[in-house]
Design a protein around this ligand. Structure first.
Ligand SMILES: C[S@@+](CC[C@H](N)C(=O)[O-])C[C@H]1O[C@@H](n2cnc3c(N)ncnc32)[C@H](O)[C@@H]1O
Ligand SMILES: [Zn+2]
Ligand SMILES: [Zn+2]
Length: 718
């Protein structure tokens, strides 16, 4: 059977990149609102659903048909099989189901599988609510009791500071950067702030930019804290490397303030009392006394790019990431969820929600301030970086909380459910961008875990599996289209980070067959800082893709790579797998970033969609020469810029690199250092060319605007 993909497709020849960039930009501001089905849980590098809808609809649209119209229509992909071999949170799968097609979504990480299953399978809202109430009845009172003041008010947040003993005099040092522990997100507008006396931990209202204060106990408080970068100063004046004072153990933490919800809805900050300390001591005892059957995080941290920083601070087990009260409270919630009798999909949804809540409830979170979501979650850095002043939130929370189980239930699960039953899409119309329903089918898939079950199941079905995509059970020639987003060398260390969630999920068993090993790290994970190793690993997946693709089918993936070696590996691995690049299309990426070139940072706003076909099907690269490949890239970039899309120097460099290298690979040329240096030289010239066009077209902006960031500074419409 041949694929339904036409040759050529609009994706290769008439891709509506400018329109997709406009809707994609709008989506990127609030992904959780526009694509809530894939937002029930953290996953890294989530792509834009609008862009993926556009890739899929353009891939099945013939060159002369209007791809823009296809994106905005009720396209029907009944019976069309679309594979995503690196499926992450399930963005491709969701868009395929919305168009009536049949997705096959593989990811090597079981936490990603969990996120995808929530995006695609239906929940019964009555059962979901009942399951949530059952969890609440079983644990909320106990959790609330551990987060209250002596007079019975609710504590929303406890503030902690890491302490170490001075290596010179053993004096304890509280590692505050500053006595200001709470200020407004816009302090110039609202200068009011809270300060703590580093000597006695008295709490007092002051200003974010105070000069000198006296605490209630008569101590003088100045703006400098004991910690400055990696160095700390003890009260007796010794200066030392913080790390050198750790002494083989995780730092100790001391509670120094709390934020309380008053019955009238106002919030106040107060100092910690002996009563609070006794309550915490009770948590330490409760933790000791938890039954063996209670859910608690399992497993040790192994060395790695993201884990090394935590290991240096002597966080050795995942349970070290939580204090005793967090462990007890989270264990109460998790155990209640584990013990839910069913039904399975709703129990699974609460398991995923619980796991998502962990991101905001651990010792690596901090306080963002007033006038904004209070909790800065642990992955705001993409690395596991210990906090000197962690924030402990009430994990069940109240309506005033941020990142709590009860608030995320509403903002994540209820919102996802609503979207799944009535999906909306962003479209461009006469006035701008609007959100419309009715273009897409509701998400209500039966999830199966083998090809055999996939072909024998009728109705809306998704094949979702935790698998190495280099080795699948898909028959030869079984897939019409492959749409994906591979890892970019070692940009994100998925398994190292996902293990933080997996440490709890193992004991909850969110779905039948959930991986039971102690880590999600796998030998086949495509992820390596070494370009050759990365190339080999990704080649294995491309080879499998070429095998399972139907004749005439195509593979499209988004790519964003700062290093030219990443591009070289991608085009070479495709060539070795029998695939040829038929187009490289720039389009709005997940976020605005920058790429590094010879020490300077070049702003970047776009991804490249790389489109490939099989050599055995007779596909060739459409460019006849290097000049043509360059002209194609420049035409696409200028087209986007002309339509008001931000195009940065990094985008020009990346798209030119991709286009030229893909052309060269198709001629059989070796992509050695000399060739890549030449390609980069052409890219540098292309940046200058587009820059000159830009300056002459907008004389008022001039080079300063270019240096400040993007070629076009006008925000896209909407
Ligand atoms: C860039 S992410 C995909 C993100 C996804 N597009 C989204 O929007 O959420 C790449 C994914 O590939 C997965 N992965 C890496 N190696 C794999 C392999 N050999 N087989 C299957 N999945 C793999 C990672 O776990 C990661 O989730
Ligand atoms: Zn000292
Ligand atoms: Zn004091």
């Amino acid at each position: 059977m041949t694929s339904i993909v036409p040759a050529p497709s609009s994706l290769e020849s008439a891709f509506p990149a400018a329109m997709l960039s406009a809707v994609g930009t709008k989506e990127s501001w609030r992904k959780e609102v526009h694509r809530p089905a894939t937002s029930t849980h953290k996953w890294w590098a989530k792509r834009l659903g609008t862009v993926f809808r556009g890739i899929i609809t353009s891939a099945v649209t013939a060159e002369d048909a209007d791809a823009m119209e296809a994106y905005m229509s009720r396209l029907d992909l009944t019976g069309v099989v679309v594979l995503d071999p690196f499926s992450g949170s399930g963005v491709t799968g969701v868009e395929v189901l919305k168009l009536g097609g049949r997705p096959v979504c593989f990811d090597i990480n079981p936490v990603a599988t969990l996120v995808q299953r929530q995006a695609m399978q239906p929940w019964n809202l009555r059962d979901l609510t009942a399951a949530y109430r059952a969890v609440e009845n079983s644990c909320r009172e106990d959790v609330d009791r551990l987060h209250r003041t002596e007079d019975g008010r609710t504590v929303l947040y406890y503030f902690w500071v890491a302490t170490v003993a001075c290596p010179h005099c053993s004096e304890p040092v509280r590692l505050f950067d500053s006595p200001v522990f709470s200020k407004n997100a816009y302090p110039k507008r609202v200068p009011k702030a809270q300060i703590v006396c580093p000597q006695c931990l008295a709490v007092k209202e002051s200003r974010y930019d105070f000069d000198i204060e006296t605490c209630a106990n008569g101590h003088t408080v100045t703006p400098a804290g004991a910690a400055r970068g990696q160095v700390a100063n003890c009260p007796r004046g010794h200066s030392f490397k913080t790390m050198s004072a750790l002494d083989e153990a995780r730092p100790e933490y001391e509670m120094y303030a709390k934020m309380i919800a008053n019955p009238d809805g106002s919030k106040v900050y107060e100092a910690i009392t002996d009563w609070d300390r006794a309550l915490y001591a009770e948590c330490v005892d409760l933790l000791e006394d938890l039954p063996d059957s209670a859910v608690l995080p399992r497993g040790e941290l192994a060395r790695g790019n993201n884990t090394d920083q935590a290991l240096k601070w002597n966080f050795r087990q995942w349970r070290d990431f939580f204090n005793a009260r967090q462990l007890v409270s989270l264990s109460l919630i998790a155990t209640a969820i584990r013990d839910l009798p069913g039904p399975p999909a709703e129990r699974e949804a609460l398991s995923a929600l619980f796991s998502g809540t962990l991101e905001f409830n651990n010792l690596f979170t901090s306080f963002k301030g007033e006038g904004t979501g209070a909790v800065r979650h642990m992955f705001s850095h993409h690395i596991l970086k210990p906090e000197r002043t962690p924030l402990e939130a009430h994990p069940w929370g109240t309506s005033q909380s941020s990142g709590a189980f009860s608030t995320l239930y509403k903002s994540r699960l209820e919102r996802a459910h609503e979207y799944k039953t009535k999906p909306a899409d962003l479209v461009v119309d006469g006035v701008g961008i609007s959100r419309v329903t009715g273009l897409s089918k509701p998400l209500s898939a039966t999830i199966v875990d083998s090809w055999e079950a996939f072909v024998s199941t009728t109705g809306q079905t998704a094949y979702v599996g935790t698998k190495n995509s280099a080795d699948t059970d898909l028959p030869d020639g079984s897939v019409d289209l492959i749409v994906t987003d591979p890892p970019y060398m070692d940009n994100v260390h998925y398994a190292e980070l996902a293990d933080f969630f997996h440490a709890w999920l193992q004991a909850i068993h969110p779905y039948a067959g959930y991986d039971q090993s102690t880590t999600t790290r796998r030998a086949g994970e495509v992820q390596n800082a070494d370009p050759d190793e990365f190339g080999k690993a990704i080649e294995a997946v491309w080879t499998e893709c070429a095998r399972v693709l139907k004749p005439g089918g195509l593979l499209a993936f988004t790519f964003h790579q700062a290093r030219i070696s990443g591009w070289v590996q991608v085009v070479e691995s495709l060539r070795r797998s029998g695939l040829v690049v038929t187009a490289v299309q720039p389009v709005k990426g997940e976020m605005t970033t920058s790429i590094v070139k010879a020490g300077s940072r070049e702003p970047s706003n776009l991804d490249s969609v790389v489109v490939c076909r099989r050599v055995v099907d007779g596909a060739t690269n459409p460019n006849g020469s290097l000049e043509e490949a360059l002209a194609t890239a420049l035409r696409e970039l200028s087209g986007l810029r002309g339509a008001g899309v931000d195009v940065g120097a990094g985008d020009v460099r990346s798209v030119v690199r991709g286009s030229l290298l893909a052309y060269l690979a198709s001629t059989g040329a070796q992509l050695d250092d000399v060739v890549t240096a030449n390609v980069d030289e052409v890219a540098t010239q292309a940046i200058a060319t587009l820059h000159n066009q830009y300056v002459s077209a907008s004389p008022n902006l001039g080079p300063a605007a270019w240096q400040a960031g993007l070629l076009s500074l006008d925000p896209p419409m909407g």
